[in-house]
Design a protein around this ligand. Structure first.
Ligand code: SF4
Length: 348
């Protein structure tokens, strides 16, 4: 199976099967960058509406650079992995400052930007500038490991070098942009993780995994992700017509997003325990008006169990004075996690 044959077949398959997407067949590096960052941890169907809204509000580097971070996060709300949005914002400011608002066009400059790794730099260089850099994302790992029956665990250091060299050898240097799009789309639509339709695949006769009956076993991943369990007790505290929120400033999940006052514990509180804990002990006349059942929220490395307590107070203590006091209907103006927004949907 020659490199030329593989690339030609991928491009032929791509021309016949590709999805029409707004970030395809464009050469604006800014839009390509935004789409690649959104799609890093998000499926195309979900990412599409976010991309369109984001680009409409922040159509270029300058618009993003001068925006307020709270607003950028609000546009990202629900997509998760919020460091992506914070990095986009910071990087836009760096480009505005160091590169006079013009997206850099050399791989070396692009890969140095915050939040941009080898994959994104190769995607921007090949899609926007037709430069010969091969992309290696999850789809590419899967396609290559199956086509060549490679059993190196894809999360090992060895794999990084091995797959990147192989992808570079296969790259059609005269059409790197379309070649890269083709192999990624092939992985997303044809050589899918579970039960790919090998009978409809142009590589059925040459694919080594198919020949060796290894399709379901490849690619191999060495390590299992460790999942940490956390227990969040949230409080919707009402004092007269006001409620209280806080900004998550710690280096933790949802950094710089807003949330209701929170006590993290080793297990979820029961309603009768409220009033014996931390800040609530000092508030007199506290009344619990409702308690939710447990919300289970799954993140890539964490499993969050949460319960929301709605309480009313007739007195303010120092703790409440440290929080952000808002009117009930103003909470929609703040970027919150998907977990908090699910709770807010239940009370609206
Ligand atoms: S034959 Fe099956 S496993 Fe091999 S490349 Fe095609 S879809 Fe993937």
């Amino acid at each position: 199976m020659s490199e030329k044959y593989i690339s030609k077949s991928l491009i032929k398959w791509y021309e016949a099967n590709k999805r029409e997407l707004p970030w395809r067949d464009i050469s604006d590096p800014y839009r390509i960058w935004i789409s690649e960052i959104i799609l890093q941890q998000t499926r195309v169907n979900q990412g599409l509406s976010y991309y369109l809204r984001f680009i409409e509000r922040f159509p270029n580097v300058k618009a993003l650079a001068i925006a307020n971070e709270d607003e950028v996060l609000k546009y990202w709300q629900g997509l998760g992995y919020y460091s992506r949005a914070r990095n986009l914002h910071k990087t836009a400011q760096i480009i505005a400052e160091k590169h006079k608002g013009k997206f850099p066009n050399s791989y070396t400059d692009i890969v140095l930007l915050k939040g941009i790794g080898a994959y994104t730099a190769a995607a921007v260089c090949s899609f926007a500038y037709n430069q010969a850099y091969a992309v290696v994302d999850g789809n590419v790992y899967r396609v290559l490991s199956r086509l060549f029956a490679i059993e190196t665990p894809i999360d090992s250091n060895k794999a990084k070098k091995e797959f990147s060299e192989l992808a570079t050898n296969l790259l059609d240097k005269s059409k790197p942009g379309i070649h890269n799009q083709a192999i990624m789309e092939f992985g997303a639509l044809q050589c899918v993780p579970v039960q790919p339709d090998c009978n409809a695949c142009p590589f059925q006769k040459t694919c080594k995994a198919y020949k060796l009956d290894l399709v379901d076993k490849l690619p191999i991943k060495a390590s299992k992700t460790k999942v940490r369990e956390r227990f969040f007790n949230y409080f919707l505290i009402q004092y007269q017509s006001k409620i209280y929120i806080q900004k998550r400033t710690e280096k933790d999940i949802w950094q710089n997003l807003y949330e209701l006052p929170l006590i993290e514990s080793n297990k979820l509180f029961e309603p009768e325990e409220i009033g014996t804990n931390d800040f609530l002990t000092n508030i007199e006349n506290i009344e619990i008006s409702s308690t939710t059942s447990t919300f289970k929220h799954i993140l890539s490395h964490q499993r969050i169990f949460a319960r929301f307590f709605s309480v009313t107070v007739s007195d303010k203590n120092n703790y409440l004075n440290q929080l952000i006091e808002i009117n009930c209907n103003e909470i929609d103006n703040y970027a919150v996690s998907r977990l908090t927004s699910l709770f807010l949907e239940t009370i609206n």
